[in-house]
Design a protein around this ligand. Structure first.
Ligand code: TYC
Length: 111
């Protein structure tokens, strides 16, 4: 007999062929995104506070704190979320602001 029957390459064609065999089963934490609120000269403070409470589920005190921080510093973080959740929050802020004809700006960036 010149050839061995059923050698490992015949049984498992992926073997020694350069085909990746190991599957990485580790769970990766999703990238997180900061939702940022920007200051402007026109949006009423009370409107910003109510929006922060509704969209980010903040209490009155925390909402006032963030609003005042944005008012004074120009920009502030409302929360940190997965990409999809952050995108939704930004859309909700912009939508509610435009509905009330306020120029409030909201954006997101990788945390
Ligand atoms: N600067 C606004 C005012 O004086 C208030 C304001 C705060 C607007 C935060 C936007 O993201 C903002 N009425």
């Amino acid at each position: 007999m010149t050839e061995k029957k059923n050698n490992q390459r015949d049984v498992d064609p992926g073997r020694q062929s350069g085909v990746a065999e190991k599957t990485d089963t580790r769970t990766k934490r999703p990238d997180m995104y900061k939702v940022l609120l920007l200051n402007d000269d026109y949006t009423p403070m009370e409107f910003v506070v109510q929006l922060l409470r509704q969209v980010f589920h903040l209490g009155e005190e925390q909402a006032v704190r963030i609003m005042l921080s944005v008012h004074q510093e120009g920009v502030g973080v409302c929360g940190i979320y997965s990409f999809e959740v952050a995108e939704t929050k930004v859309a909700q802020v912009i939508s509610a602001s435009r509905s009330s004809e306020h120029p409030l700006q909201c954006t997101m960036e990788k945390a």
